[in-house]
Design a binder for this molecule. Sequence first.
Ligand SMILES: Nc1ncnc2c1ncn2[C@@H]1O[C@H](COP(=O)(O)OP(=O)(O)OP(=O)(O)O)[C@@H](O)[C@H]1O
Ligand SMILES: [Mg+2]
Length: 259
Amino acid sequence: MIVTGRACDEETAVEQSMKETAVEVRAVYRTFEAEVAPVRALRGADLTVTAGEFVAVMGPSGCGKSTLLNLIAGLDVPDEGEVFVAGESLRGKDANDLARMRRTHIGIVFQFFNLLEGMTVQENVVMPALIAGVKRKAAETRARDLLDLLGLPDKAKAAPTTLSGGQRQRLAIARALANRPTVLLADEPTGALDSDGGDEILELFRRLHDDSGQTIVLITHDQPVADAASRLVRMRDGRVVDDGSAGATGIAVSVNASE
Ligand SMILES: Nc1ncnc2c1ncn2[C@@H]1O[C@H](COP(=O)(O)OP(=O)(O)OP(=O)(O)O)[C@@H](O)[C@H]1O
Ligand SMILES: [Mg+2]
């Protein structure tokens, strides 16, 4: 009986640990053809993100951060290596499969917002859910909840062009959260904002992580933004050189390069 119980426990633990891995990047390589010489953007990058983590990725310009994020999002495919999202490999998926994966698992926020300018604030948040097949009423309810959560309830009918930079980025985050993604990816989300706008967005990411357990992978050049994360990953020359996991965190935080 005891043995059976233990076996059961072990099985559950294994199952849980599989479920709990939101993103896994294994020995990924990506080279871009360029005029002068090929650019080896990623050269064996590894990264594992557990569900509920808030991971900041830092590293010098050109070290492969955005390339890595694009591979996780299925916006690009690696030359070698493998990417898993929510336990599922992206290898061999065609463009339609990758788009479906993105709708289900990925929310993306970029530096320059990428909003649908011709639509209202609310429609910007409703649209991704409609595309994913959610009924309009449910999509609208979800959009209103998100606009409340992100402090934009009075802006639902406004045009995105009338919003401040910080408000535009909050809208971009609301849109990225519309389909309750497994992981929220952000590529320098505070990069185009003044310090007030940046603080506002930072506070928001912190709240999404602390209150909702949202898994977040965020690229940044700003130390205060990285400090808000629960783990700091450092990249250099196309690799993860410090993944900030158990035992390495102290080192990661103390290496304070000017990036
Ligand atoms: N589509 C592409 N075609 C050619 N080269 C590319 C392409 N995308 C990225 N690169 C190159 O790959 C390298 C890594 O680029 P990436 O955008 O991942 O860097 P990054 O770490 O995000 O830099 P930054 O901090 O400046 O945003 C760079 O040398 C870049 O010029
Ligand atoms: Mg980049």
